[in-house]
Design a protein around this ligand. Structure first.
Ligand code: THU
Length: 158
């Protein structure tokens, strides 16, 4: 029977990360207060490192018409594209803060975010390394957003 598996790295704390990844996670955490999330009060922030080393941050932005809420990940991709058109994202750190609990496990990007990250990977032929952490606890590092989206829908089918 066919199987699908991925490998990823875990680090007990951000202090155990390589310097560049720790820096990216720190930038994401610093951006959390910018989250505009008056409806869920669930803050999500991301920091993207671009191929030229630029770091761009973004956060979730909600709307009274709930389906219009913008997740942190595509907000960050759009900010990166605006600041450095045509420059691939090579890594993204994502962190969250829940209003109800101290999350001690990473929150994974939602399905829509995974699809949008996957599109960028295909567009530039560049894997986006994902660095995920809750408010506390371990850090998970995935080599590629595509690892989180097996059997993805892709433009090659169109
Ligand atoms: N959210 C994100 O920003 N990224 C995700 O991948 C999942 C969810 C936001 C959307 C909404 O503002 C809040 O988290 C609660 O769902």
């Amino acid at each position: 029977m066919p199987t699908h598996s991925i490998t990823y790295d875990t680090y007990p704390t951000p202090d155990d990360l390589p310097e560049a990844e720790r820096e990216l996670l720190t930038r994401a955490k610093k951006a959390l207060p910018n989250s505009y999330s008056p409806y869920s009060n669930f803050k999500v922030a991301a920091a993207a490192r671009l191929e030229d080393g630029t770091i761009v941050t973004g956060w979730n932005t909600e709307n009274a018409a709930y389906p219009m809420c913008l997740c942190a990940e595509p907000a960050t991709l759009a900010a990166a594209a605006s600041q450095r058109p045509g420059m691939p994202v090579v890594a993204m750190a994502i962190t969250v803060k829940s209003p109800d609990q101290v999350l001690n496990q990473p929150a994974s990007p939602c399905g829509s975010c995974r699809q949008q990250l996957h599109e960028q990977e295909g567009r530039y032929g560049q894997a986006i390394r994902l660095i995920l952490r809750g408010e506390e606890g371990p850090v998970y590092v995935f080599k590629s957003a595509g690892d989180l989206l097996p059997f993805a829908f892709s433009g090659s089918l169109l």
